[in-house]
Ligand binder design. Structure first.
Ligand code: FAD
Ligand code: MLT
Ligand code: ZN
Length: 460
């Protein structure tokens, strides 16, 4: 049920739990919780509740369950698939105030943090102990650890440490009826039944509200070398990516920007790429280690002599950042140009080049006025296909369906790292069988029988 007109008795109960300042009903204030980062997904709500901790979250869910009010859990609201905003009038449960970082467990190399801690704050907290978080992404200043687990976020270091699910060694969550489940000991070996952390990772707020997360941490790798490599063709870039993965043990990130996207981001930055202005594909490769990895990266790049058009290598933080800018600013450059449809897909390595070279025609066949922009995490086979319509408007909806069908026909995944949200609900069947979808629905019924948690997300 949507939040609708809030019963004053419900508002009073919520106020009793979280305080007057954290029950928001003024439409001017709730508006910012109702539109997503891309501006593509916008709804309305009459109720935003901002608990401070697990106990308050549990009590709030008790009230919501009794009043049968559906909720959209929200962290940093940087999600890109329309899963973090109230599109059907749901209440918003903002977890941002759960922002406590507990002391780092130096012996275990683990830390427990509140769901509302931003990635940047978690990174700074554990850096003081010489450790790092295994997942990094450009939205680090706003994206929260709870939201990152809920989406099983990927980012730029998956080829080294895995995605967010692989970082979770303990979880605390509130179920739809207000029950708290907590398993935060962080034991590396713990075969005592179902792994709720794994289940909640990628559940997109549909099974439980994550309130605390225990993260596996990794040693900091302060020595870095970064290379921007230009290629004439996708085939060459894909072959180079495979070679770098095989030959550079300290490889930490392997990102790609393709032709039209490089032109757009260069224009946005006001500077051309330092190499390969005539290229069609660029790889950004970063090596990281405790001791200087530049020789290892240079040896890896030398092996690419027959493939590469040009290479720019940087060792100092400022110079490395200038190379990273051509990748990290892509999302903002596209957003400045309009409201894209964001299709985030993975291809098997053997079909990657075929997809990258073929998808533009697939897009144009569905919408001749559309503008496809390709980039991504090539080391993981993850391509971001962003599509703008004419003058920055959205492209035709048929584009999504055709591109995702193309992905499925090549054996790929229609969501690599952003999730299904509301954006890809209609296409989930391309990757998941009826039997799998029935199992998903059974899990949802078991944990959220009244359909209160993000009822319009993930499950068709
Ligand atoms: P939100 O957007 O608030 O929510 C996302 C989903 O999680 C929603 O379904 C919501 O209901 C649910 N949710 C949020 N918090 C909780 C909670 N505590 N408990 C239960 N459910 C919850 N993503 C990547 O994977 N890789 C990238 O490289 C990447 N780069 C990005 C770069 C930019 C510039 C931007 C804007 C986004 C990027 N993203 C990327 C997408 C986004 O940052 C991630 O999906 C991130 O994990 C979302 O975190 P959030 O806190 O903003 O969650
Ligand atoms: C990225 O890799 O930059 C992100 O996933 C964001 C996006 O797809 O725009
Ligand atoms: Zn990404």
């Amino acid at each position: 049920m949507s939040a609708g007109t809030i019963d004053p008795a419900v508002a009073d109960e919520l106020t009793e739990i979280v305080g007057r300042a954290h029950v928001l009903c003024d439409p001017e204030i709730t508006a910012s919780y109702s539109i997503d980062w891309t501006r593509r997904f916008a709804g309305t709500t009459t109720l935003v509740v901002r608990p401070a901790d697990t106990a308050e979250t549990a009590a709030v869910m008790g009230v919501m369950a009794a009043a049968r009010i559906a909720v959209v859990p929200q962290g940093g609201n940087t999600g890109l698939v329309g899963g973090s905003v109230p599109l059907a009038g749901e209440a918003v449960l903002s977890l941002r105030r759960l922002d406590t970082c507990e002391p780092v467990d130096q012996l275990a190399s683990q830390v427990t943090v509140g769901a509302g801690v931003t990635l940047a704050d978690a990174q700074a907290h554990v850096a003081a102990a010489g450790l790092s978080v295994g997942v990094d992404l450009a939205a680090r200043d706003s994206a929260t650890i709870g939201g990152m687990v809920a989406t099983n976020a990927g980012g730029i270091n998956v080829l080294r440490y895995g995605a967010m699910r692989a970082q979770v060694v303990g979880i605390e969550a509130v179920l739809s009826d207000g029950t708290v489940v907590s398993h935060l000991a962080g034991l590396e070996k713990d075969n005592t039944g179902y792994d709720l952390g794994s289940l909640l990772a990628g559940s997109e707020g549909t099974l439980g509200i994550i309130t605390r997360v225990r993260l596996r941490l990794h040693p900091q790798l302060p020595e870095r070398a970064t290379a921007l490599l230009a290629f004439a063709s996708t085939d060459d870039a894909v072959a180079a990516a495979a070679s770098l993965r095989r030959n550079v043990q300290s490889l930490h990130a392997l990102e790609a920007v393709f032709g039209a996207t490089m032109s757009l981001v260069s224009e946005h930055l006001g500077t051309p790429p330092p190499v390969g202005t005539e290229g069609n594909a660029w790889l950004l490769a970063e090596a990281a280690a405790r001791t200087d990895p530049s020789e290892e990266l240079a040896a890896g790049v030398e092996k690419l002599a027959d493939l590469v058009l040009g290479a720019a290598v940087a060792l100092e933080p400022g110079a490395r950042q200038r190379l990273w800018a051509f990748r990290e600013n892509v999302t903002e450059a596209i957003s400045a140009a309009g409201i894209p449809h964001k299709l985030d897909v993975t291809l098997p390595a053997a079909r990657l080049a075929e997809f990258v070279d073929g998808v533009t025609n697939v897009v144009l066949a569905a919408d001749p006025d559309a503008r496809p922009l390709l980039f991504g995490h090539l080391g993981d086979g993850n391509v971001h296909v962003n599509v703008l319509g004419p003058d920055g408007a959205e492209p035709r909806d048929e584009v999504d369906d055709e591109v995702l069908r193309f992905v499925a026909s090549l054996g790929g995944s229609i969501s690599a790292e952003h999730g299904i949200g509301t954006a890809k609900l209609a296409q989930l069947h391309l990757n998941r069988s009826e039997a799998e979808l029935a199992a998903f629905a059974a899990i949802k019924r078991a944990l959220d029988p009244a359909q209160l948690l993000n009822p319009n997300v993930l499950l068709p």
